[in-house]
Write a protein that binds this ligand. Structure first.
Ligand SMILES: CC(C)=CCC/C(C)=C/CC/C(C)=C/CC/C(C)=C/[C@@H]1[C@@H](COP(=O)(O)OP(=O)(O)O)[C@]1(C)CC/C=C(\C)CC/C=C(\C)CCC=C(C)C
Length: 375
């Protein structure tokens, strides 16, 4: 994925931490991260593969290296009373179970420590999103986001503001999480309040990275990598970011009609006009042949990111692969559902039925253990 990678032209070395900071391993990165193969899109959309440098590899390198000294100050194992922490994680679990049933189900296949960490991350992401999308969004301003960012710094430095922040403080003390993806997500919220149109795919990609690619950078240190794949960490993180991008692009395609009701069009304006379309066509809610052709290209591109993501799953810790295959397949199926709706995402919301979701779980499990999907 061109935008999210910086080309690693020479090998570099360092120490890597797998989940727990005290289990370090030496690693050597020799991989050359290359721009992706172009998806088979109508010609007008191909040039939209982004080139923006989001400095993802800097985050990857930092996550792989020993935490810096300023983080060590907050490593006191007895910082929080165990009962307080238990309550904090229980609250995170409840929120995740209530608001994100599918994610919650996915986390149930993980170890207890990992589950708790993912719930804490989920809750932080949800609260961040609520600032701009929730009932108090009317009070949203740059100042509110600045204050939220200050709180983020505080919680990373062992000074949580409330119980839910404390769950994340405990998580960043146990797993090698970097603050940058969290700050980038806040940046995505800043972008969302300022912008309701995206000129081209590069701009849209940047938004998707901020609000979803960042989730991947937050979760990989928790779900862990296979020890034999550590040397390929940069490519694995790229695949992980692709999963976030694929998910967000899919969300956007699923929600075109709903977003339009809020005056938002998360589709590249230049591509709309290349297909002879404009905002008015979105607002009119009429599914025309032009719209169908346009949607085919958008769906192909979203699938391209899921295919990129697939390459990374076998490089994850074996205990996490089932969950990730499930997430990937569940979201990708939404694209099939849009096709099944004959590309009507203006008046209908595509969804994957319960039976299909349940049937998909053993398939995901088979992939997670099958040698043909092994690294
Ligand atoms: C089975 C299943 C779904 C498993 C869960 C996998 C998992 C650990 C996900 C992370 C959960 C998390 C911390 C979410 C944060 C909240 C957030 C911002 C979610 C956004 C998704 C859509 O949410 P929304 O509620 O708007 O959508 P619905 O209306 O409910 O459809 C996001 C768009 C982000 C999604 C991003 C990911 C799922 C990426 C997660 C990355 C990995 C698990 C690493 C994968 C690694 C490789 C190598 C492929």
């Amino acid at each position: 994925m061109a935008s999210a990678v910086s080309i690693l032209s020479k090998p570099c070395t360092g120490s890597v931490i797998k989940n727990r900071r005290n289990s370090r391993q030496e690693f050597k990165i020799t991989a050359r991260v290359v721009a992706p193969k172009k998806p088979n899109l109508p010609e007008l959309s191909v040039k939209s593969i982004p080139q923006t440098d989001l400095r993802v590899q800097e985050i990857v390198q930092r996550q792989l290296q020993t935490r810096t000294d300023d983080h060590s100050i907050c490593r006191r194992p007895d910082q929080f009373h165990p009962e307080f922490l238990e309550d904090a994680f229980e609250r995170c679990r409840e929120i995740c179970a209530e608001y994100a049933k599918t994610f919650y189900l996915g986390t149930r296949f993980m170890t207890e420590e990992r589950q708790k960490a993912i719930w804490a991350i989920y809750v932080w992401c949800r609260r961040t999103d609520e600032l701009v999308d929730g009932p108090n969004a009317i009070h949203m301003s740059d100042m509110v986001l600045d204050r939220w960012e200050e709180r983020l710094h505080d919680l990373f430095n062992g000074r949580p503001f409330d119980m839910l922040d404390a769950a994340l403080t405990d998580t960043v003390q146990k797993f090698p999480l970097d603050i940058k993806p969290f700050r980038d997500m806040i940046e995505g919220m800043r972008m969302d309040i300022k912008k309701s149109r995206y000129e081209n795919f590069q701009e849209l990609y940047q938004y998707c990275y901020y609000v979803a690619g960042t989730v991947s950078l937050m979760t990989v240190p928790v779900i862990g990598m296979a020890p034999e794949a550590i040397w390929d960490a940069p490519n694995t993180y790229n695949s992980a970011v692709s999963l976030g991008i694929g998910n967000q692009l899919t969300n956007i395609l699923r929600d075109v009609g709903e977003d339009a009701l809020r005056g938002r069009v998360y589709l590249p304006q230049d591509e709309l006009s290349q297909f002879g379309l404009c905002d008015e066509d979105v607002y009119s809610r009429r599914v025309t042949d032009k719209w169908r052709e346009f949607m085919k290209g958008q769906i192909t591109r979203a699938r391209f990111y899921f295919n990129e993501a697939e390459e990374g799953v076998p490089k994850l810790d074996k205990d996490s692969r089932w969950t990730v295959w499930s997430a990937l397949m569940l979201y990708r199926d939404i694209l099939d559902a849009i096709e099944e709706n004959d590309y009507d995402n203006l008046t209908k919301r595509a969804y994957v039925g319960r039976t299909k979701k349940i049937l998909m779980l053993p398939l995901a499990y088979t992939k997670s253990v099958s040698p043909s999907f092994a690294f």
